[in-house]
Design a protein. Sequence first.
Length: 196
Amino acid sequence: MGLNVVKHNYKTTKSQRELQHGHKAYLLWFTGLSGSGKSTLANLVEVALHNKGLSTYILDGDNIRKGINKDLNFAPEDRTENIRRIAEISNLMLDAGVLTLAAFVSPYLKDRGEVKQIVGADNFIEIYVNTSLEECERRDVKGLYKKARAGEIKNMTGISAPYEAPTNPDFEIITDGQSIEDSVKEVLTFLNNKLK
């Protein structure tokens, strides 16, 4: 099939779209264990960026799995495909000039590396929401850890499936013992330098 697919180059460019939006488009990739606060943090960061007039959009693990990736489960190969599809969606969002926030456990280093390759290293900002397993289990917002400990969930990241922490993230935030407000401020301070 690849032989019959030809890329069409349109006249409006990503740079022109970024100029119209008034800012560069980046993919802010929030990674960390389930319950680390990725989605909450990404949501509040987006609110702050949106209030500044930036064009933003959030891609979130649960929401994506209810739609475009509803055919995938949590086996390692499906996790990889889940992240690959999200990377391709993110790439389209970046081409549209939109500052894109993605909140995904994305447990494998290789998969996050592929995201960076798909969207381009200059467009990718990896934000490691570093929260201890103990704290994530204490929060257990979705009740997943309790189910995993009871054997009701297979392939639970951090319990019965691995999480490969970033070795060199663009930004790392440790949320244990820190308020969400302080976490948001830390991320925004980091991003303000990038978005100038």
